[in-house]
Design a protein. Structure first.
Length: 474
């Protein structure tokens, strides 16, 4: 990381977030001509600076392009990346070859029409050289039809990022093992019994140390959500077995499903969206609560009409993750809304974030402007736009301790962070640039925090949920 950047960021910028409420700025358009039907989006550090960048893919004219972030919520469009994908249905920014740079993983669904539906589907990746240039397309597989749903994580016993992908036309979900250099081997089948699987996500739902799979289908009639448990631990090899009881059955068509602890009871619940085919009515936003003995369905009342993607993120910096949902409806509806988390599974009424777009199938939530709250970048599928909505988190009160005496050092830090200015125990939480919590600990007076296990990068630190600042991990 550049020394000038380290010097500039060694000075903390304090932000108080206690007793605050979230207000959203009007939508600004990053790109009014993205290409036909922008359908995928990801964000991350692409070009070696500390500003979050964005990459999108279009659904019909296979445009894959990234936008350089300036760190203030503005972006500069870069040259499109040459590719041979047809109908780009999924992208991820992830370091696939272990060189420290975020590469692009992308999948093309294949043909929407013609003699064979979903033919010419491909799963590929593009190596990042660290400065924002990407190498030639590298094929992982073209042996499956209708690939779209992607998950990246350590599926086997190794620490390298493996890939799971749905092949809806083949009624199959498969996974590929990564040798750490970006070379992939077909490792096995997660499932080949479900019709038209469209979503795959994974977490360790039974706390046994391996990743289990959540799969949802999109037949648009009689759709299901199923859980497949991994036997890597204790069995010693990756193998998946479906739970005897389905999470959900008989639905209209699942667009999105993730494992989340919605009610804070340490059991992983499921947040899912049902979307009616063609953008009509009929979609629902579901929370499937795991009470330890099975799943109970709860439905959120939403005006989005055809919920597309639901995410669980802390929008108001109160330490509780809220629910954000977008609309895939073409009609005049709320495109992005959120539900404030009041704790213990209680949520406030729907609040509109934006209603000036068209079919927000996908969006990203991250601190794009570096002001320590989470903003939104969204694709307007029906308008061929990429948009940005700033979170104007308003502070309504002051902290209950004297911030002038607070010291956190050294910055940058390699192994240990020191704290001065507190005469009582404190709760410390550290978040990465995407807003994900990576470390939390209670510290006594004069106790240090071990950050040696964090990867190098820029982090946000909060104390007692109110004091916020940035530091660099070398």
């Amino acid at each position: 990381m550049k020394r000038t950047l380290l010097t500039l960021l060694s000075i903390f910028c304090v932000a108080l977030t206690v007793n605050s409420q979230t207000v959203w700025a009007a939508k600004t358009t990053i790109d009014a001509a993205t290409g036909n039907n922008p359908y995928t989006i990801a964000n991350g550090l692409i070009d070696g600076d500390s500003n979050l960048d964005i990459v999108i893919g279009t659904d019909e004219d296979h445009i894959l392009v990234w936008y350089k972030g300036n760190g203030d919520g503005t972006f500069v469009k870069q040259t499109a990346i040459t590719n041979t994908l047809m109908n780009i249905g999924g992208i991820k920014l992830v370091d696939l070859n272990n060189d420290g740079d975020k590469d692009i993983l992308a999948v093309g669904f294949g043909a929407y029409s013609g003699p064979t539906l979903a033919m010419d589907s491909k799963l590929v990746w593009f190596a990042n050289n660290g400065s924002g240039s990407f190498g030639a397309e590298q094929l992982i597989t073209d042996s499956y039809d209708g690939m779209s749903g992607l998950f990246v994580g350590a599926i086997d016993a190794g620490a390298t990022p493996d890939i799971a992908v749905t092949a809806s036309a083949d009624n199959e979900v498969v996974w590929f093992s990564n040798d750490g250099s970006g070379s992939f081997t077909l490792a096995g089948t997660i499932d080949n019994t479900l019709t038209t699987p469209g979503v795959v996500n994974m977490k360790d739902i039974d706390a046994d140390g391996d990743l289990d799979a959540l799969i949802a289908t999109a037949v648009y009639g009689g759709d299901v959500i199923e859980i497949f448990r991994n036997d890597l631990v204790p069995g010693g090899a990756v193998a998946f077995a479906k739970d005897a009881t389905s999470v959900a059955t008989g639905k209209e068509g699942f667009f999105n499903a993730t494992f989340e602890d919605i009610d804070g009871d340490a059991n992983l619940d499921i947040l899912a969206t049902e979307i009616s085919y063609g953008g009509g009515s009929g979609g629902q936003l579901y929370w499937y609560e795991d009470n330890g003995a099975g799943y109970t369905e709860n439905t959120f009342t939403t005006t989005t009409n055809n919920p597309a993607v639901a995410q669980f993120r802390d929008l108001d910096n109160d330490g509780l993750k809220d629910i954000i949902v977008s609309s895939g409806a073409l009609a005049d509806v709320a495109d992005l809304v959120w539900f404030k988390n009041n704790g213990a599974g209680s949520f406030g009424a729907e609040q509109v974030i934006n209603d000036t777009q068209s079919q927000v199938f996908v969006y990203n939530v991250a601190d794009f402007d570096g002001d320590l709250d989470l903003d939104i970048a969204s694709n307007a599928y029906g308008a061929d736009n990429l948009n940005y909505i700033e979170n104007l988190l308003e502070t309504l009160g002051t902290d209950n301790f004297d911030v002038t005496s607070i010291k956190i050092f050294p910055n940058p830090a390699r192994d240990i962070l020191n704290f001065e200015g507190f005469n009582t125990s404190i709760e410390v939480s550290i978040f990465d640039v995407l807003g994900k919590s990576v470390l939390s600990k209670s510290l006594n007076t004069n106790e240090t925090l071990d950050v040696s296990e964090l990867v190098s990068g820029i982090y946000t630190i909060t104390i007692n949920g109110t004091f916020a600042s940035k530091f660099i991990k070398e």
